[in-house]
Design a protein around this ligand. Sequence first.
Ligand SMILES: C[S@@+](CC[C@H](N)C(=O)[O-])C[C@H]1O[C@@H](n2cnc3c(N)ncnc32)[C@H](O)[C@@H]1O
Length: 268
Amino acid sequence: MAAASEAFLARASRSIAACVKIVSRPGWRWLPQLAQRLAGPGLPLHFIVRKRFIEDSVHAALAAGTTQVMVLGAGFDTLTWRLHTAHPAVSFFEIDHPATQHIKRDALGSCDANLRFIPADLTQQTLQQVLARCAGFRRDLPTIFVIEGVLMYLNAAEVDALFAELPHSVRETVIFSVMETMPDGRTGFHDATFLSDRILRLWREPFRSSFARSAIEPFLARHGYALAVVADEAFLRARCLPEPLRHATAPARGEIVCVAHSVQASTP
Ligand SMILES: C[S@@+](CC[C@H](N)C(=O)[O-])C[C@H]1O[C@@H](n2cnc3c(N)ncnc32)[C@H](O)[C@@H]1O
């Protein structure tokens, strides 16, 4: 994962890659640690437990017979790349914006035939149009969709349209993350510092949607899915951190991971 991420970074931004190389040296580690403290100490840990929980959920789905893994907005995540060789009978797909995916494919080089990359700008094409031209994708096979760290960059209408366009096939699972609306109605990490807000703004990644926790279940029901798990900070901490860390460190609060099953799937 580290080697692949280094290769992505080298292609995405030479200057950032060079900075990362410097601050990775033992004598310079205090710098990212300080930045982490100023930006909100729980943010990197949140990303780690989010990824760990999603990976565990994909493993569980594969063990239960899922034969297709479809990742929307995969970015530089390495999950499908790491899993596809170990699961040759499973089809893995990544749909992502062409600009991001181009860098990733260039860095990864050739992959086995069961990992397919589909470049698509989802603001220009509907998910149904993209799935229709996705060679090898079958609506009748048990599938897990992973939509991690993506929905908050879409507005409410776009999130609604995306869920309406999922296949809703038998034995379909969707694992997705959303921002949870703060009690005062704002969207963001609940314990974000001024600096972390600035960083997200610098990355030009403003959040455009969030969910009140009570709204998630009705939203999914309207789209034909049953909510199975809501993994919030307390859940992720208990599930994904080993005992000594569990009580010492808190992941950031504000983004929750949900697991939902197509209602057809839960019908015996
Ligand atoms: C914050 S990254 C999340 C990456 C990955 N899922 C993760 O959690 O590590 C958001 C991803 O959404 C993708 N994305 C943003 N807008 C998109 C669009 N209009 N069409 C397709 N993908 C898009 C970006 O290319 C990027 O890969």
